[in-house]
Write a protein that binds this ligand. Structure first.
Ligand SMILES: [Fe+2]
Length: 304
């Protein structure tokens, strides 16, 4: 762990483009440990509210190696909101992001909802969602580092996620061309325009990098959305090329992209990795419900 020595971080983190030797060492180790099958990420747990030390260790190991793990408890359709809260707390996720349209306790119920507030927002519809990290439109001081999705009930059909460790995306881009990384680390690489409704600004425009390195820990953070509307990329050749290269990686059959569906009692806990969602269909007996929680913390003890 590199904490509490910012100058050491600058010279040791593999994510600073100039640290070539550190990068090469980190790359080899990363690829050796990286999961290429969803099964490698799954940890069966008896009660997510109260993990045994073996279960905790297995989840943590996967989060260290892949920035994510999937826990699986017996299917039960238990809507207890304490489940995601308690699971998150055990992994050191404490500071929850209260986003608008979220519920009072900070959880967001992801389920189809067409009331006036929710209508028009894809997460509350059954439509597919393109690749992104969560909270990519948040201001710099409220970046999302940890993410939890807990499945109460899966859809009648569809609703699977694709997952890609954002460190792997960074690595694959750097292997193609280190200049892509530099371009996407520029503080003006990506702008999310303001969100307005009826002339009222609901969220102001946010400009920032795609990739950034935490100066205290050396960890990598990513803000990204593959949507092509409501996003402005820096208008230069290298940024355009880098964005296209990233889109190609996400569109590829890379073994590091894993796909699967969370079923009742299962959940994803991660350091805000890249993910998408396929469209889904509910039935009257089976309406998809996932709880989502976003945190300003990374999962504890997963520093690079
Ligand atoms: Fe998401």
């Amino acid at each position: 762990m590199l904490k509490h020595c910012p100058q050491g971080i600058q010279s040791m983190s593999p994510f600073y483009p100039e640290n070539r030797d550190q990068y090469l060492r980190w790359r080899d180790e990363k690829l050796e440990r990286a999961a290429t099958s969803l099964d490698d990420l799954i940890v069966e747990v008896k009660d997510p509210r109260d993990l045994s030390s073996r279960e905790y260790g297995a989840i943590l190991r996967r989060c260290i190696d892949n920035n994510m793990a999937i826990y699986a408890s017996a299917p039960n359709e238990d809507p207890d909101r304490a489940i995601p809260h308690a699971l998150a707390r055990q992994l050191g996720l404490q500071r929850i992001d209260h986003n608008w349209l979220g519920d009072e306790d900070g959880l967001t119920s992801l389920t189809t909802n067409d009331d006036t507030d929710h209508s028009g927002y894809i997460p509350y519809s059954n439509r597919p969602i393109k690749w992104h990290t969560d909270g990519y439109y948040n201001p710099a001081d409220r970046q999302i580092h940890g993410l939890l999705l807990h499945c109460v009930r899966s859809a009648e059909s569809g609703g699977a996620n694709a997952l890609l460790d954002h460190e792997i995306a960074w690595l694959l881009l750097r292997e193609q061309n280190p200049a892509y990384i530099t371009a996407l680390m520029a503080p003006d690489a990506m702008t999310i325009p303001a969100r307005e409704r009826n002339g009222e600004v609901l969220r102001k425009a946010e400009t920032g990098p795609v990739f950034s390195v935490d100066q205290e820990t050396g960890n990598l953070h990513m803000r990204y959305t593959a949507r092509t509307r409501s996003i402005e990329w820096k208008d230069d050749e290298i940024t355009r090329a880098a964005v296209a290269a990233l889109a190609d990686i996400l569109d590829s059959d890379s073994p590091y992209i894993m796909r699967g569906r969370l079923e009742s009692g299962m959940g994803l806990i991660c350091n805000n990795v890249l993910h998408d969602r396929e469209g889904f269909d509910d039935s009257p007996q089976r309406k998809r419900l996932l709880y989502r929680a976003r945190y300003y913390d990374r999962i504890a003890n997963t520093d690079v």
